[in-house]
Ligand binder design. Structure first.
Ligand code: NAP
Length: 308
């Protein structure tokens, strides 16, 4: 029986593992991804994590995991299938079942993060991997000197458009409103980049192509005019959805599926804590995820003391 099982090894999970190690909590750490760092490993450049300006997401992921490893913490590479809570009088235990094993712990920190959201338009699924991508840094190189479209108006869409502009002949940013949501500094860079054209008030309707993407059908929401953009690639950057499926039946979530918890990571289920992008919060960033992991371990310690 462990004192703590941490599920997920993005910045929140790494930070929880570091703090748990230093607090000498008997911890098992599980993550099924082979690439360290969670979602940031897809990010070409992270420029807002204090002290490490201009680091690539992949390098930051490596650094985070190396730090945890130096304290004796390395995640087990197993896919978690379920998390159950069992109670016998005052004794609470969580049973975490993976593809290979079954583990028990007094507490669980779920730091499973979030995944890219899909558009759910015709052609998206069919052409995924054949010109439709959710990761510009992973797939951008396939579109060297070609035309690409990025859908979305947030930080990811702007970063993707800037990344692709370094490689592609032209990049069209398709956004459903007349104002971007991205940080001001990214908006400035996008507007200054001559290879990026922005289509405002425009929503995607369908992705066209037989074996490979050839175009994107769009509609202007002001004029209702439909048109076809010829393109070789469609990069979808329309936000994320929480990876809360493992705990959704146990715990209170908001209508979008984020687990309801404050900065302390405390949920409505005693012994179950959440950290990082999977929880309700104002700002989903590496720095806030790392902060969550630390706070959660403090909450775990208080809880374990209260159970003695
Ligand atoms: P986001 O901030 O939620 O932005 C999603 C964008 O997609 C929004 O512009 C949204 O439009 C648009 N959108 C959503 N659903 C759509 C649909 N069905 N059709 C068309 N457009 C749709 O997501 P994100 O950019 O992936 O960022 C996620 C989180 O990670 C944010 O907290 C972000 O700050 C953070 N992040 C930070 C960095 C960084 O700091 N370097 C980099 C990447 C991500 P509306 O604007 O109209 O809602």
């Amino acid at each position: 029986m462990y004192d703590l099982i941490i599920v997920g090894a993005g910045p929140a999970g790494v930070s929880a593992a570091i703090y748990a190690s230093r607090a000498r909590i008997g911890t098992l750490w599980i993550d099924n991804r082979f690439i360290p760092g969670g979602q940031i490993s897809d990010s070409g450049r992270v420029d807002n994590y204090p002290g490490i300006p201009g680091v690539s997401g992949a390098d930051l992921g490596e650094k985070l995991h190396a730090h945890a490893k130096s304290l004796g913490m390395t995640p087990l590479r197993e896919k978690v299938l379920s998390i159950e809570r069992q109670q016998d009088g005052r004794n609470v235990r969580f049973v975490v079942t993976t593809k290979k094993n079954r583990y028990e712990a007094r507490t669980v920190i779920c730091s499973a993060g979030a995944s890219h959201r899909m558009l759910d338009i015709p052609g998206e699924q069919e052409l995924s991997g054949s010109g439709v991508s959710y990761c510009a840094t992973c797939d951008g190189a396939f579109f060297k000197d070609r035309r690409t479209v990025v859908i979305g108006g947030g930080n990811t869409a702007c970063e993707d458009a800037l990344f692709l502009a370094r490689l592609c002949r032209e990049v069209t940013l398709v956004h459903r409103r007349d104002e971007l949501r991205a940080d001001a500094v990214l908006q400035e860079l996008v507007r200054q980049e001559p290879k990026i054209r922005i289509l405002w008030n425009t929503v995607p309707r369908a992705i066209e192509g037989e074996m490979q993407v050839t175009g994107l059908k769009v509609c202007n929401v002001v004029t209702q005019e439909e048109s076809l953009l010829e393109t070789d690639g469609v990069f979808i950057a329309v936000g994320t959805t929480p990876n809360s499926a493992l705990v959704r039946d146990l715990v209170q979530t908001d209508p979008s599926g984020y687990v309801c918890a404050g900065e302390d990571g405390v949920t409505n289920v005693p012994g179950l804590f959440v950290a990082g992008d999977v929880r309700t919060k104002q700002l989903r960033q590496v720095v806030t995820a790392a902060s969550d992991g630390a706070n959660c371990v403090e909450s775990v310690q208080r809880y374990l003391r209260s159970q003695r």
